[in-house]
Design a protein around this ligand. Sequence first.
Ligand code: ADE
Length: 782
Amino acid sequence: MGTTACTVCRPKDAHCPVECHGLKVECPLPNLFDPTSQRLEFLSQVKLFQRLPQDQHQLLASACEDVYFQDGEVIMKQGDDGHEFFVIKEGEAEVLISEKKMAVLKAGQYFGENALLRDEPRTASIKAVGRLKALRISRTKFVEMGLREKLDFPQRKAVGGQHHQVVVKAPTPKTESERQLISNALKKNQNLQSVVDLDMSRIKAICDIAWREEVPKGTKVITEGDDNADYFYIVQSGSFVVKLAAQSMEGKPNAATPASLIGPGESFGELALLYFAPRAATVQASDDASVWIIDRGNFKKIMAKSSDEKETEYLKYLEKVDMLSPLKRDEKMALAKCLTEVSFNKGEVIMKQGEPGDAFYLLVDGSVDFIKEGENKPGTRYQGFQDKAKPFGEQALLNNKPRACTVRVASQTARALMVDKQSFDMLLGPLEELKKRGKSGKSKLQEERQSTTIDSSRFGKIKRKDLKVLGLLGCGGFGAVELVEHQGTKETYALKALSKGFIVKSGMQNSVMSEKKVQLMCDSPFIVKVFETFNGPEDLCFLLELALGGELYATYNKKGFFGKVGHAKFYAAGVVVAFDHLHSKKIVFRDLKPENLLLNEHGHVKLTDMGLAKVTLGKTFTTCGTPDYFAPELIASSGHTLSVDWWTLGILTYELMCGFPPFEADQPMETYKKVKRGIGQVAFPPKCRGAAEDLIKKLCKADPSQRLAMKSGGVANIKEHEWYKDFEWQAFESLKMEVPYQPQVKSKTDFANFSARDADRPPQVKYKDDGSCWDKDFATSD
Ligand code: ADE
């Protein structure tokens, strides 16, 4: 038997316990080597490796090596790029953030797992305490052995789409000191304070609606994982113990965080006020207690109230516009809700003489000049005020006649309220008809109007019985997506099934019907197409265009594409075109993330999953989406418009360039705090500086009306941005541009780029028809 290098040694050998100094000697301490089985046991605890198929674990174990560190040795340094991952086998290590000790890691715990996937600055330093023995694996080895390609990447879950019946009790009368306690508790709740605007009038309104309940010792008020997460609690008396969910995070222990205590004047459960999501912790009364309770629905109404007040103000402006005099009061109110705020800078042209008019404006701040081109005269200047808005461009609501003059911003900035003709027509029908109808006819709001025409002759051709299931493409809480083949044509599709039992259980009837409507309205090469919808006894199904190249999220992780500029431009461009299409139909998407982008066999990108998409004229109020991608106005619950989508494009661009989203945190509330602080506080790694940084910052403006595509010029502002210099948009949109990555797809039935497992299928929820016929218009075929 020949001698081998001491595998205990690291390349620079300094800490080899036998001091072999890298010499090719047989290790005198063979008992220090772990048999593979022991390694497997350690590795099986690591979350990342649980995504690796079982048959790859042996290979993984062989890719690891034993390493030793002396007392005080820095194993990884905060801020350095990471290339290695470690599992502690013996000994302890300190986690230091900015030199401050945050935690101690023990045997079985691990750190640096993200380093196996991407270059990412270490978020903490790790220092050995005493002698430490660990297993180490480097990214190079991990990739070389094909392990990264084998990993399975579960999707980040969207939140907030669900609705269910919530018990709301009558407010309990309160003494002055109780009101004080509630008010102080709200002010003291850092999470709440840092994500929503709680002024005095809102605090008072919250005090008004709170009701009181007695909680006997031992009662679990909140249970981790519980779907009934609808209330926020303020402790009047007694105390509660909070047990946070187990966490696994870079540089922090993956054990449960120690319990903490909540006493009188303190509060908990604030995430439930923002949106519906299962509870992340358990809260139990540690003695007899009394609490004040606030439900999400009422909280949301209070948060939206300032928006109601604004709309009443807008209504007053509309009352003064002559051309709108044929509108009834309810129609004007609906129009007021539809107005969106737009903002301009000095010199910007709001309307150009000769161009077709497509929008009506109310100037509420700043001044503009009305200029007759060709006339050698200075324009007439108008000033807009919050309480005396100046209307202009109203002819556009009647016809598309060319604008009679140019309107240019004269002040440093100007703000206006705007409605475009298309939204106006979708809401009330053409103004000509309203004029003909006069004041006496029926309100247009009471008429059922189809907002878009859908060519129904396209549908009804493919029958479900003719589809044969060939494989599983994906799974979610709702059901599964399967690869199916039509027995007659041999054409293949993706069949997405939603369990009706699950839909009813989670109150998603309306959102599924909206998903169908939206899906049918879409017609873009950058959006997954729908071919049919079926209504079965247990499920509703969408027959969708197949994209066999895989999910962008999994592809980026497996191939290590993060930071590649050409890739990021190409995929983000697909989103620009998809959003342009959706927004032209007044559809807000609300759930952009790499998980919702698919590649087809040619490498072209397609937006998928209309589960949270919605036709929206003006503002909408449901907080939903994926926390890392939430825009600030979604978190503030103040109402949002199509502009949330442009925010998410900024987040996606950052993530594709950096490998992680800009506001990433261990807990959603921490993410929301970062969002509130703004993109200006986010570090941009070198690979994301320059034009990319500028574009991201212009998309992630806190003020929705300031986001690049919301400003005059619209989507062209993105297409003409410096980052897209030399990008051939025409070639891209006609699918002629060379793709940055050609996925391997051998045939129309090759689903090797997907790794869903049968074990991931959600448990069946039996459907019981309640006779409400909520699903009667779902199917296009049988
Ligand atoms: N088309 C729609 N959803 C799909 C999926 N999950 N996989 C492949 N193609 C799809």
